[in-house]
Design a protein around this ligand. Structure first.
Ligand SMILES: Nc1ncnc2c1ncn2[C@@H]1O[C@H](COP(=O)(O)OP(=O)(O)OP(=O)(O)O)[C@@H](O)[C@H]1O
Length: 350
């Protein structure tokens, strides 16, 4: 094997941190110049402002200095031409079934009867915990008008990268690939959009975002049984529905409607999560059932779907949401164990 071949073999071990495919496969390697024991590698990026280019440079250097013939590696970055970007988009899109964007992915749409029950908080934490368990996880914030995922995951200031040709790369946070309207446009701008436009945006989130190979795609639905949940169940008939409710009778009652809607569109309700189930005060270890008791269990029996877990009401969870830290990563709480249990119960439903 020539030294150049060895260098290319090394470069095949370096992934683009966002696309998660190796630089050679992505045609991102330009000239490779060898002078004595020094090598200069030219890498063409989709955008020269790529925030992860230092990581890429370090990874290349680490890999190539493993070769005994090489002492020093220089990485020079350039930007792809429009034609190269177009080709890359085609290459990435080419791997995807257009009819079913999530052919080998388990799609779980998370809904609630009414707003404010903590659906987005639960979705974000479940996504991070599944990723911690080693799964490839995507998260679409389909609550386009009331998006809160960017706040909960601390990515309000992040923008998905748009590659020429209209393909977007999701924001990667805590191992989860996220797309939310909150990262794309101003909240007030989105408020003028109505049903059909919203449905169109979802379709774009499915088809025009490079998701790669995912094990799980979680979709945070807007509350209730409006246009978006309905259009989603029609567009992705294999998507399963997970319902988040609180122990309040009214919350569980309206959540039931979502269950009935799912049965009308032949979507399976995969389980129920009861949030804000109880409160443990600082002065005693007793559980206080502030919003009532057992409504989640009752809903699970009525919809014939398992109760996957109960999450307490906690000031720390609210604080985490305000700070943009998922509670599963907060050592002050035992939420990691709670969500691990929920995720394990979820996996059992398969
Ligand atoms: N278990 C909990 N304990 C304390 N606060 C919580 C809990 N779960 C969620 N919250 C808080 O409740 C508020 C609403 O949560 P979240 O945005 O997740 O609800 P939602 O059901 O998605 O609402 P909407 O559908 O209206 O966006 C947030 O401030 C969040 O931090």
């Amino acid at each position: 094997m020539t030294l150049k071949d060895k260098i290319y073999e090394g470069l095949k071990k370096v992934d683009d941190p966002e696309i998660k495919k190796n630089l050679v496969e992505l045609n991102m390697i330009g000239d490779v110049a060898i002078e004595g024991r020094n090598v200069v590698v030219n890498v063409t990026l989709t955008t020269i402002g790529c925030p992860l280019k230092n990581t890429m440079s370090e990874d290349i250097k680490k890999e190539l200095t493993k070769l005994e013939e090489i002492d020093h590696v220089e990485v020079v970055f350039g930007e792809m031409t429009d034609e190269q970007k177009q080709k890359l988009v085609q290459q990435l899109q080419g791997k995807k079934e257009t009819k079913d964007p999530f052919k080998d992915t388990k799609v779980i749409a998370i809904g609630s009867g009414k707003g404010g029950v903590g659906k987005s908080t639960v979705t974000a934490n479940l996504a991070v915990e599944l990723s911690q368990m080693g799964y490839e996880v995507g998260l679409i914030d389909a609550d386009i008008l009331g998006h809160s995922i960017p706040q909960i995951l601390g990515i309000k200031d992040k923008k998905p990268m748009v590659v020429n040709g209209g393909m977007m790369l999701p924001v990667d946070v805590n191992g989860v690939k996220v797309i939310s309207m909150g990262n794309l446009v101003d909240k007030d701008e989105a408020l003028i959009w109505r049903g059909p436009v919203l449905g169109g945006i979802l379709t774009q989130f499915f088809n025009d975002v490079y998701w790669g190979d995912l094990d799980y795609m979680l979709i945070d639905l807007p509350p209730g049984t409006g246009d978006v949940p309905l259009s989603l169940m029609q567009q992705l008939p294999d998507a399963e529905i997970l319902i988040v409710t609180t122990p309040q009778i009214t919350a569980a009652d309206v959540a039931k409607r979502l269950g009935f809607m799912a049965s009308k569109t032949n979507s399976k309700v995969i389980g129920i999560i009861e949030n804000m189930s109880y409160f443990i005060c600082d002065n005693c270890d007793e559980k206080h059932y502030i919003f009532g008791k057992k409504e989640g269990r009752k809903l699970s029996e009525e919809l014939n779907a398992p109760l996957l877990g109960e999450i307490p009401l906690s000031t720390l969870i609210r604080e985490d949401g305000d700070k943009g830290v998922p509670s599963v990563l907060d050592d002050r709480l035992n939420m990691k164990d709670k969500y691990r249990e929920i995720a394990t119960n979820l996996l059992r439903t398969e």
